[in-house]
Design a protein around this ligand. Sequence first.
Ligand code: SAH
Ligand code: SF4
Ligand code: F3S
Length: 448
Amino acid sequence: MRFTIHTYGCQMNVRDSEAVAAMLAANGHAAAASEDDADIVIVNSCSVRGKAEDKALGKLGLLCATKRDRPGRIVGLMGCMAQRLGEGIFKRIPLLDFSAGTRRCCAIPRLIARVMAGETNIHDVSRPDDMPDVSDAHCGEGFSAFITILLGCNRRCAYCIVPDVRGPEYSRPAAEVIAEITALARHGVCEVTLLGQSVMRYGIANAVWPDGAASPGGLTEPFPRLLEVVAAIPGITRIRFTSGHPSGCTAELARAMRLFPNICHHLHLPVQSGSDRILKLMRRGYTRADYLAAVRRLREAMPDFALTTDVIVGFPGETVADFEDTRTLMDEAGFDNAFIFKYSPRPGTPAAAMKDDVPAAEKMRRNQLLLADQDTRGEALNQRLVGSTQEVLVEGPSLRNGKRWAGRSPGNKIVVFDPPDGLRPGTLAHVRITRAAPQTLYGEMMGN
Ligand code: SAH
Ligand code: SF4
Ligand code: F3S
């Protein structure tokens, strides 16, 4: 049967969708050319904000309506909302054929076989702390791959649903991660992004290295040690990882990022707020000063370091003064890019018991202000790169203008340029920057 998967949410979901697609292909199914063409449609859902869930529910409703005209079409749900709602999903979407929790990706081909045999409303949501069945299956397309190295999260920030839906931390053994990346590199992958909700906690809640194994460079912390080994895998020219947390920005991490030339000098380090009072209510485990100290450590090790972040506006009790603290912190930290979210209460989280007292219009105002600030800041930072030559990993035709091509700099900035004939995605090109916009650099390709 022909399948398609709609993915909402973070990179971890993108990776899970890819693994499921690869497993379905291995079980005799084939990717559909379009959704209209698909006999199996799976929605991979996100629960992080109310809006994300509404989108997935809306999509599922529409898909199930198409079953009237397409008897035999299978509609399934996976991901964080499947985990959160459990069996309750069938009350909302009665025609849904199956729903698989976050640690049940590997079961999906079997669930589909059961639906084909006549069952429906199958629910396979294991307890979130069950041992995960991690798939190392990839689709074998492209030059860039996501690798989940750390599942779950143990931090329990007050606003966040992720620990409930993704379960406690589990770090995959280093040998397994290295084997997966080595195999990908043999198939032409040159860029890997290591994924974890708090990725620098890799190897902290459970051991990942064999007893007595030593780091060639004398590193002692599990995550920098993993970077050291991945950096040595032949064919891997770029390494990224996300998301960071200030407590993981140790001197050893900064040293590893400086030392291994294929580690990109970029970090996504969500700050959430610049107010110590709000950070405490959020249970983030750091102060504004701790955050800025972590940034300083990284900038000292890497003068060309690029920094991006996430911010929540309108957390319960956030005053105008707290919000102004966030604005000044954003200037001090000098973010290259920032994703701004309006606080959304999530059922069962500690913050859901607090009064969601910032009015929607005020959340919107704060959101718009931070976006405007970030546009100005992003453009000013990008202006400084005009005249420089950036190493760009070529992705392909630019989204806005297909005649021009785009790729990413080590700092994860989009760089747009005119491609020479015969240029292939996955090439490392050198582009001299001639113009800057808040989110994009433009330039001329000098060679590769
Ligand atoms: N693991 C990552 C973030 C995962 S969720 C980390 O710890 O940094 C991605 C982003 O969504 C978060 O950084 C936060 O900014 C935002 N977010 C999470 N819960 C939210 C909520 N209840 N309301 C609004 N934004 C939220
Ligand atoms: Fe959520 Fe905090 Fe864990 Fe990130 S670190 S996933 S924000 S609980
Ligand atoms: Fe969303 Fe789940 Fe990721 S809640 S942000 S898809 S871990």
